[in-house]
Design a protein around this ligand. Structure first.
Ligand SMILES: Cc1cc2nc3c(=O)[nH]c(=O)nc-3n(C[C@H](O)[C@H](O)[C@H](O)COP(=O)(O)O)c2cc1C
Length: 320
């Protein structure tokens, strides 16, 4: 297992809570870390930049005091997600704040930059880059990323189309660093399956939308509870990049999910409604295919307890 030193002995489960645009906030991150998995959020969720300073202050100080009070059961470290894309004009400012708080893990998406990896590793952090194919995976490692997130078919939000079985196996064949498997994982059995395939960690996003701490409308949370794999639509219409969305939100926006037009990928943007008044992420709800096992909205810690029980049971059943 390729385990970075910063994670050794610090996780109750080999799970990283994925960053969720708009939805992840300090309450969710703290709940995830205290329950023993890595919690994360996109830095752009904190607006304006001064709020990022406040969030990082709150998260680091609350985790420090939690760890002082629970030396035998410390919290997992947290991660910040940076969108490394030319449209993100906050990248340098946000990275400087991550350096100020020595953020232990930075998840980069939509672009691999050697300077970003060097900066994070320079303060002792690790970088995980999310990729949807081998070309991007090789590029990320050439640019110095510590580890790879194989965002496979069925993942919520921007997602690839490769099966996790082939994607993880082909990546493990040439890369011996940390690999995270992502896409429709929502049960403890799924976490163990990711490890059996050769990944080190499972990366779980959509299931955390239906938690008490998540910053999402109640209707969105209920949509996750009510939905299952066949309620998910894969389209590039809303942002120019292919992603998975809840069918109900597309219908509610007045669009026919069965006849969505293709978008022009050169016109990548992060908030269009594909010709309707609806806004991607706010009105058009990102979701992966793994939500069929999400049965209620509840505190993140309760969901993580369930993941742990399922993981242990699957391990006992298969490995004796
Ligand atoms: C609503 C939503 C918002 C997302 N926002 C981001 C984001 O801001 N940055 C990012 O790197 N990934 C983002 N993702 C992708 C997740 O980090 C992760 O790859 C995905 O949730 C994993 O698949 P799963 O949802 O099936 O568990 C988002 C996913 C969803 C569902």
């Amino acid at each position: 297992m390729a385990e970075p030193d910063s994670l050794k002995g610090k996780l109750r489960l080999p799970v990283i809570g994925a960053p969720l645009f708009i939805i992840s906030n300090p309450d969710l991150v703290l709940a995830q870390c205290k329950a023993g998995i890595v919690g994360s959020f996109p830095s752009l969720n904190a607006r304006p930049v001064s709020q990022l300073d406040e969030w990082l202050d709150q998260i680091t100080s609350e985790l420090e005091s939690y760890n002082r009070a629970n030396p035998d059961n410390p919290a997992a470290p947290f991660a910040v997600n940076q969108i490394v894309h030319r449209s993100n004009n906050r990248l340098q400012e946000d990275l400087a704040l991550c350096e100020k708080y020595k953020v232990p893990m930075v998840i980069t998406s939509l672009g691999a930059q050697a300077e970003v990896n060097q900066a994070v590793q320079g303060w002792g952090g690790i970088t995980l880059h999310d990729v949807i194919n081998q070309r991007f995976a090789h590029k990320a490692i050439e640019k110095g990323a510590t580890g790879l997130i194989c965002v496979s078919a069925g993942a919520g939000g921007h997602a690839g189309a490769l099966s996790p079985f082939s994607f993880v196996a082909e990546t493990r064949a040439w890369f011996d660093g940390p690999i995270l498997c992502s896409g429709a994982i929502s049960t403890g059995g799924g976490v163990l399956a990711a490890q059996a395939m050769g990944a080190d960690y499972a990366y779980i996003g959509s299931a955390f939308i239906a938690t008490a701490e998540a910053r999402a409308d109640e209707a969105y949370k209920q949509g996750i509870v009510d939905g299952s794999a066949e309620d998910i639509v894969y389209t590039n219409l809303f942002t120019g990049v292919h992603g998975n969305y809840l069918k109900k939100s597309i219908i509610d926006a007045g669009l026919d999910p069965d006849v969505l037009p293709e978008s022009d990928p050169s016109a990548m943007n992060f908030g269009s409604g594909g010709g309707s008044k609806a806004k991607a992420w706010k009105d058009i709800w990102g979701s992966g295919q793994g939500i069929g096992s999400v049965k209620s909205v509840r505190p993140a810690a309760e969901y993580i307890d369930q993941l742990k029980a399922e993981y242990d049971a699957a391990k006992a059943r298969l490995l004796g």
